[in-house]
Structures are given as C-alpha cells and as structure tokens.
Design a protein around this ligand. Structure first.
Ligand code: FAD
Length: 308
C-alpha cells in the first residue's frame, strides 16, 4: 500500500474544516433580495457563524441590527453582529449591545472602526465613546456572555508603525477577552503564516481565522486593498488582466484563484476559513464544494422559510 499521504484538501470533507460567511446589510429592496438569496444558498453549508458588518461611522446601525435579528428569527444560523466605537457615546453602544443580547445574539465582532472622515483621515474618538477595540471588547464581555471576535492584520493595520506594534495591539485585544481574530483579506498565504508565527511567539493563542475575499471585481478589490493596506501580488493582477469586459471568464478565474488559495491554507493546517461574500454566493459556494462541504437538510430547511 502506498505510504503517500493525501493533502488534507483531498480528504473527504477536508477533514473537518469549518467556514464562516460575512455579509453586509442591504441598502435597497433589490440589495435585500440579493442578500437573502446568498444567505439561503450558503446557509445549508452549516457555517460555524455568519457575520454582518456595521457601516462606517455607525451608518448602518438599524440595518445591521435588522439583518442580524432576521437571521436569528428566521434561520438556524448563528449570526455575529459587527460593532464599532465610531461616532457613538458609550451609553449608546452599551444599549446596542444589550439589544443584541435581548434579541438572542451571542457573538459580536468588536472593532474600533474607521475614522468618521473615511480611511486615511485622522481617527478621533467620540468624547464620550469607547476609544479602541480593546475598550469595546471589555464592554461587550461585561454586558453579556458573548463570544467576541476582533480584527487582525497580517500586513499590519495602516496606522500601526510596525508589524510588531500591530501584534502587540492584537495581544491587548486578547488580554481584554477576545475569543477569536479574523484577518483582513490577503492573497499571499506566506504573509498569513508569517503573521501567525509572530503572533504565536508573542503568546497569542486564540484562533486566527484567515479572511478570504473571492475577487468578484478586480478593480474594486484592488481599490479596497489600497485603502486597507492589503497588498495585491503582481501575479494576481496578471491573472485578471484583460478580463474587464469578460464577466464569464473573470468568474471562472476568480473561482480558480480563490480555490487555489483556500486549498493551500487547508493543506498547511488551517481549519477555519472566513469568506467575505460581498453578499454573493456563487464563488464562495463553489470553493466550499471543492473543499468538501455539502448542503445538509437540517441547515437548509429553516432558511427556506426566510427566503420565501
Ligand atoms: P484597533 O485594533 O483597536 O486599532 C487599530 C489601530 O489603531 C492599531 O493598529 C493602532 O495603530 C491604533 N491603536 C489602537 N489602540 C491604540 C491605543 N490604545 N493607542 C494608540 N494607538 C492605538 N470597519 C467597520 O467600520 N465596520 C465593520 O463592520 C468592519 N468589519 C471588519 C471586519 C474585519 C474582519 C476586519 C479585519 C476589519 C473590519 N473593519 C470594519 C475595519 C476596521 O474597523 C478598521 O480596520 C479600523 O481602522 C481598525 O479597527 P480595529 O478594531 O482593528 O482597531
């Protein structure tokens, strides 16, 4: 019998890999339909959790809450609500946290948030607000027995002077009670594994879950990467070159690029992948299928009600 060991990604069900999906709250009725179509397609894959973002400056406060609440009420999903410190007094933020607890939400993604003036402008904490994500993590934990996830930056946060300063920041979030870190997206897996090594050496022992973005639209992803300090390797750019007006090929290439990255992460020991879905299911669904995830009936049935 061959002694050759199969890569983990080729084992049935990718040997217990779990996934989670991030969505953003819809602005219009059309976007609402798109979101719930994506949710109903992805829910049967039984994600460990799904998360719903919070708009810059708290601009989506009600929409984030409504989306999360609907997930609790109408699906079997475990939603995590993103929450930031920006432009709100501590009393307001505490009220939001208590509302989530009362609504049955048990997981918060606690963030400082981007400056109210947009990425790149100076961050000014609200005079009566929480200043940093560490303060928010402490507050969330004090209000309820929530799971708390925080952000991590394999290529460091643009405001951190060095990677070590960034890791020290993550360590403070862990010391404040964070249970898990979810990374900013990246394309070079070596960058992620180097970050993981430095974080572990600094005594950070919580799961650090890679955040993966399927490239639905290269130009948009490149713009977003520039603002958030994530780098786009030249070889990724080359793969999408000339496909600006060729949607069908672009989607096939996007699926291949994303699958290649995810399979490599799994073969190198990653057991949880977080997908930035952009409220679109197809690419994410295909990659999940490839790593062995299959829809389950128990997970599928409740969401069918929600989508109806
Ligand atoms: P922190 O880690 O608290 O701090 C960021 C930087 O500020 C640090 O690296 C450090 O340079 C500096 N800093 C922190 N504490 C101190 C201190 N005590 N003294 C001096 N300097 C300090 N944004 C949204 O608006 N809504 C979302 O839903 C959202 N979801 C996200 C999800 C993930 C997985 C990720 C990775 C990011 C998300 N963001 C979101 C973006 C995030 O809000 C921004 O990157 C923001 O600029 C930093 O937030 P943070 O929680 O990482 O901040």
């Amino acid at each position: 019998m061959s002694q050759h060991k199969l890569p983990v990604s080729r084992l049935p069900g990718s040997a217990g890999v779990s996934v989670s999906f991030e969505f953003f709250p819809p602005k219009t009725p059309e976007m609402e339909t798109t979101l719930w179509e994506a949710v109903s397609r992805l829910a049967p894959l039984s994600p460990a959790f799904v998360s719903v973002t919070y708009g810059a400056g708290g601009s989506t406060r009600e929409r984030t809450h409504a989306t999360v609440k609907r997930m609790v009420d109408e699906t079997a999903l475990k939603p995590a609500a993103h929450l930031t410190c920006v432009a709100a007094a501590r009393t307001e933020v505490n009220e939001i946290i208590r509302d989530y607890w009362a609504a049955g939400v048990r997981h918060i993604v606690a963030l400082r948030g981007d400056p109210a003036g947009g990425v790149g402008s100076r961050y000014e904490p609200h005079p009566e607000g929480y200043h940093w994500s560490t303060d928010l993590v402490t507050a969330v934990k004090a209000i309820g027995d929530f799971q708390v996830s925080v952000a991590a930056y394999p290529e460091r946060h643009p405001e951190s002077e060095t990677l070590f300063a960034d890791i020290a920041m993550l360590k403070r979030k862990v010391d404040a009670g964070a249970d898990r870190a979810i990374t900013q997206f990246f394309f070079d897996n070596d960058v992620f594994f180097r970050y993981l090594d430095v974080a572990r050496a600094a005594g950070i022992d919580i799961p650090i879950v890679p955040g993966i973005v399927p490239v639905q639209n290269f130009k948009q992803t490149a713009g977003f990467a520039k603002r958030t300090g994530a780098s786009i390797p030249a070889w990724i750019a080359r793969r999408f070159e000339g496909l600006e007006d060729d949607v069908a090929t672009r989607r096939l290439v996007a699926a291949a690029v994303c699958a290649e990255q995810v399979v490599d992460l799994i073969d190198r020991g990653v057991t949880h992948i977080h997908f930035y879905t952009m409220n679109r299911a197809d690419l994410v669904y295909a990659v999940c299928h490839l790593i062995g995830l299959r829809p389950t009936k128990t997970a599928a049935s409740p969401i069918a009600v929600a989508a109806a």
